[in-house]
Design a protein around this ligand. Structure first.
Ligand SMILES: Nc1ncnc2c1ncn2[C@@H]1O[C@H](COP(=O)(O)OP(=O)(O)OP(=O)(O)O)[C@@H](O)[C@H]1O
Ligand SMILES: Cc1ncsc1CCO
Ligand SMILES: [Mg+2]
Length: 280
């Protein structure tokens, strides 16, 4: 007779989990549909490609019934929202929910206008698997309140948004991630922090958007634990930035070296750099 203990999956350490997930993205090359803003399209697609995933920036509503069922995950980002795009976002989200497909919401500048906030709240109602924003975005969504932001940039630290993230996760059922010096991830109960990355990432537009798409790729290859996939994606992106920063002279060259480093990451670098731990 098998003992109970043989059925318990041994807990892998975080660096090993993160490496296994990156290896999974590289071997499975998940197809990630991105309905995203005009600013982010290039960096987001190149981030996904350099990680080993397959990006497709398809956003028109007419294509969603044919295309979305083939995607392994969908990333929805409201950065340059206009009324004509919202129905396509909702159609993709609805199809994902119907098909049990993961989808990730990036609520860019959620607190910058009531139009944006209302759109975000409606998308949150449609049960995203993950919501990833900066501190201001997560607080705006959690409080359903405008203000509290400087356009697409946060005026808050991620650590100022821990309670808001927990409440949003509990209310929505999503895993909620807040990016910043420490990336915070919560399912409403546990709070995990990833301490990778470099401050200069904030000087490259759409790095947040791009890490949200990377989260979609990681969730696509590990549907059993979205929490682990989200923390791992944030940490891996941060590790690529740390290695890229060693070769960079400023934001423009960091952008290039970030992509090169993500593409070239090996197991030894991941195991020695990933810095993930529980937060109180
Ligand atoms: N002070 C910091 N130190 C290290 N890494 C950071 C710091 N601030 C942000 N980052 C990293 O930069 C990336 C982008 O996070 P940020 O919070 O700037 O997203 P964002 O505001 O949504 O960006 P965008 O809207 O331009 O896409 C994340 O990978 C995050 O971990
Ligand atoms: C700068 C900017 N404006 C709308 S979306 C976007 C990309 C970063 O969120
Ligand atoms: Mg953002």
């Amino acid at each position: 007779m098998e003992s109970n203990s043989s059925q318990v999956r041994p807990t892998l350490e975080w660096p090993q989990k993160a490496w296994n997930l990156l290896a999974g993205v590289r071997s499975q090359s998940p197809l990630i549909q991105c309905i995203t803003n005009f600013v982010s399209m290039d960096l987001m697609a190149n981030t996904l490609l350099s990680a080993g995933a397959s990006p497709a920036m398809l956003h028109c509503i007419e294509e969603i019934p044919d295309f979305t069922p083939h995607a392994h995950a969908v990333c929805i980002n409201i950065g340059t929202l206009s009324p004509s795009w919202l129905p396509a976002m909702k159609a993709a989200a609805e199809l994902c929910s119907k098909l049990g497909k993961p989808w990730v919401l990036d609520p860019v500048a959620a607190g910058a206008s009531s139009f944006r906030l209302k759109a975000c709240m409606e998308l949150v109602e449609m049960k995203p698997t993950v919501i990833r924003g900066n501190g201001s975005e997560i607080v705006a969504l959690s409080k359903a309140s405008t203000g509290l932001t400087k356009g697409v940039d946060s005026i808050l630290e991620s650590t100022d948004a821990v309670e808001a993230a927990k409440l949003l996760a509990q209310a929505s059922g999503a895993i909620v991630a807040v990016s910043g010096a420490v990336d915070i991830v919560t399912d409403g109960k546990q709070v995990i922090g990833a301490r990778n990355g470099v401050a200069m990432l904030q000087k490259i537009t759409a790095t947040g958007c791009s890490v949200t798409a990377l989260i979609a790729a990681f969730v696509a290859v590990d549907k059993s634990s979205a929490l682990e996939a989200v923390v791992s994606a944030l940490s891996i992106f941060g590790v690529a930035a740390e290695l890229g920063m060693k070769m960079a002279n400023g934001p423009a060259s960091l952008r290039m070296h970030l992509i090169d480093s993500l593409h070239g990451l090996d197991e030894a670098a991941v195991l020695s750099h990933v810095n993930i731990g529980s937060l109180p």
